[in-house]
Structures are given as C-alpha cells and as structure tokens.
Design a protein around this ligand. Structure first.
Ligand code: HGY
Ligand code: MN
Ligand code: MN
Length: 409
C-alpha cells in the first residue's frame, strides 16, 4: 500500500519557511532556544498544524508534544519527529525538518485517504539542543526514563533559569506522565550536519549509530593581579589556564585521530580587562568519538592535564559533567529498512554514523530505531547558513513516508 505515494515538496518547504520565521535572525537563520518565547511560538505553530491534520494532540510533564493519528488497530504507535528548539545561530532544518516531514507524511496519507494498521505519531521533543539547558536531548531522555523528571525540572540553564520555571512560563508543562513510553518503532529524518554525504555524492544516509558525547564545564579560580607589576612566577592566571586547556584539547584530539573531535565552544573570563590577570574562567569541553573506549581515554587525558596545570599555575578547579552518553547503535533491521526504502525510490544511500546527538539515540533505548540523513551543503550546521536542497529534503521525506508505511503495516 502506498508505494506510489509521494509527499508534497512545496508544502514541506512552505512549513519550513513559516516555522523559520519564528526566531528569525536579521541576517538569516533562526534563534529559538529551548523554552524561550520563540520556542513557545514555534510550539503553538506546530500544534496548530497538528490540529489542522486532525491529530490527537497531547503533551507530557517534560513538555514533549505528540500528534497521534489513530490506526485501524489500537496499540503502540510508529513514531517519528525531532525537535524545534535551535542553537543561537541555528538554521531552518536542524530538528525542524524531522518534525515537519512527519506532518507532511501525515498530510499525504490524509489526502490519499489511507489509514495505516498501526497508529502513527509525530513527536516534538523538548530541549534537544542542550545549548541553554544541559544535557542535550533532555526531553527525549526524560521521556524514555533516562533522567528523572524532577532532576530535569530542577536543572538550571546558562542564564540561571530553571527548566521547570521556564516550562511553566511558556505554559508547556503537559499532564501526561513520562518514563514508560510505549512505541512500536521510531525513525527520525535529520540533516546530516556534516560533510560526508555531500563529499561522497550520496543523497541519503541510513544511520547506523550515534557517537559518544562528553560535555564538561570547568571553572578555574586564580588570583587577579596587575598585568604590569606581577612577575610571571607569582601569577595564578585562570585565563591563561583556560586557554592552555583549549589548546591541549586540540592537540589531544589531533593525536587520537580517527573520529575523535573536541570543542571548547563557550568561554568566559573575568574580570576580562586588558590590564588585569584573570582570576576566573568558566568554559566547556565537548569531546566525542564513535568508540567509547577512545572517548574515555580522551576524558582521562584531559582530566590529568587539568590536574597538572592546576598545580603548576596554583589555581582551583571545579568541574561539572553536563552530558555523558555512550555511543548508541541503531537496530540493524531498521537501518536495513531505511536503506531498502531509499533504494526502492531510486536514491543513492550509504550507511554512516551520526556525529551529532539526536532524540533518536534516546528512543533507541525503548524501541527499534534508526535515522535518515539528507546532505548539508558545505557540511555546515549550527550556522545560519545551514542549507539542504529542496530535492534532497523531498527525497528524505519520501523515504520517511515509505519507512513509516512499512513499519505501520
Ligand atoms: O549537540 C548535539 O550534537 C545536538 O545538536 N544537540
Ligand atoms: Mn538536531
Ligand atoms: Mn543541533
């Protein structure tokens, strides 16, 4: 059933553009931080589309949203979806594509008058990015029971606000419980956010796993002092120590090689003045690898470096783990299904890991899961110039439709 069905590319593009207007940045791109006013407006827009499509809408205590399309039979739904929160310099597609392609698949089935055997569900997971409130994938992690709800609600963001208060501020705290989902299977369409598909000239990715993620926040405390009068031997320079650590991270990941990556993406030093030795530095280190044992080795080398540096520079060190997820393999049968449906539609497809974290890695804890990737032009994402061609978006959404149909029969 539904082999000849195709989604409407223009309708999908129109929704992506409309949603992209919420939180639009002056020079292009989107800023829709989790649980912000822009997130509230984005949720409202998506909920309106869910209602327009006749879906049964619900939300849980973590603010995750669900649009359910009943099937001929009751029972656990086949689920798709993603997130609509973005980083500060987000694009049109990261997360948004997975949600809106899910709605597009539903509308295509509505137009064709097709009711699937199993129910279908489109999910919008809260705070996937983790850019404001760590860890990332927080909403889906709580949804699958991987993080206690109370712990998530008590989490303070980079602005000091609590998740629970921010959920309430945008009236997003739903009534459904979290922690024991009943999902038949989950498949997420997402932009690759890397260069592999484009460099390889392949249209689609059948994602086999998500690499391990390690986020640590370091706070260094030294002694502020006069930049001119303080001999180097008497300095306890928190700013130097932070930047020495950032340099070490680059050297470490270069030495490890393979899939190892490392990023110092946020850094603040105080008092941040030209003629004062910094007494405070707070920064984050994002380490990732597809091989957990190598990731653990990188974490250990970083810890050892910081301990040595603290002794040499005479600074105090506090550290906080913001996120730590092992690599997650996806269900081989689901990866086969994505590959098969891509081939059936005549698209080139390759098996690959995901460099980015995704809600799918959390759903994989409770049901068979995989992902469909489409190329990112220039391999860029978390950048206002993020772009994927309409043709590739359409190809990905059509494969999503066929995978959902195959899973729901
Ligand atoms: O950090 C990530 O990989 C994702 O964008 N949250
Ligand atoms: Mn994403
Ligand atoms: Mn992202």
């Amino acid at each position: 059933m539904g082999d000849s069905l195709t989604i409407s590319g223009p309708r999908l593009m129109a929704r992506l553009q409309t949603l992209g207007e919420i939180g639009a940045l002056p020079g292009g791109g989107v800023c829709r931080l989790a649980l912000s006013e822009e997130d509230r407006q984005g949720r409202e827009r998506v909920l309106a589309w869910m209602h327009d499509l006749g879906l049964e809408v619900s939300s849980d205590a973590m603010g995750n949203l669900f649009g359910l399309r009943p099937g001929l039979e009751a029972g656990p739904p086949v689920m798709t979806g993603s997130h609509i929160d973005t980083v500060r310099t987000g694009g049109l597609y990261d997360g948004n594509l997975g949600v809106l392609a899910g709605l597009e698949a539903i509308e295509t089935l509505n137009d064709a008058g097709i009711t699937t055997r199993r129910p279908l569900c489109v999910a919008v997971f809260t705070n996937e990015e983790g850019a404001r409130f760590a860890p990332d994938m927080m909403g889906s992690l709580v949804y699958v029971g991987g993080m206690p709800l109370e712990e998530a609600l008590a989490t303070r963001g980079i602005d000091g606000e609590r998740v629970g208060d921010c959920l309430d501020a945008i009236d997003a705290r739903g009534s459904d419980p979290v922690g024991a989902p009943d999902v038949h299977a989950f498949v997420e369409l997402h932009v690759e956010q890397g260069p592999v598909l484009e460099e390889t000239g392949v249209t689609l990715g059948a994602v086999e796993k998500v690499q391990g993620i390690s986020w640590t926040e370091f706070t260094f405390t030294g002694t502020s002092n006069h930049a001119g009068t303080t001999p180097m031997r008497l300095r306890h320079d928190a700013g130097y120590a932070a930047m020495a650590t950032a340099t070490f991270v680059r050297e470490l990941v270069t030495r490890i090689g393979g899939d190892q990556v490392g990023t110092v993406g946020s850094l603040e030093i105080a008092p941040n003045l030209v003629n004062v030795v910094a007494n405070h530095a707070r920064f984050t280190v994002d380490l990732r690898n597809t091989v957990n044992q190598q990731l653990a080795m990188a974490e250990q080398e970083l810890a050892d470096f910081v301990a040595r540096l603290a002794g040499q520079e005479g600074i105090q060190v506090e550290r906080r783990t913001l996120a730590r997820f092992d690599p997650v393999p996806f269900d081989p049968a689901m990866v086969d299904l994505v590959e098969k449906q891509a081939h059936a539609l005549g698209h080139s497809v390759m098996r690959m890991p995901s460099g980015a974290g995704h809600d799918a890695q959390m759903l994989a804890r409770v049901c068979p899961t995989s992902m469909i990737f489409v190329p990112s032009v220039g391999g860029i994402s978390h950048n206002i110039h993020e772009f994927t061609s309409p043709e590739d978006l359409e190809a990905g959404a059509n494969v999503l439709l066929q995978v959902l149909l195959a899973l729901s029969e």
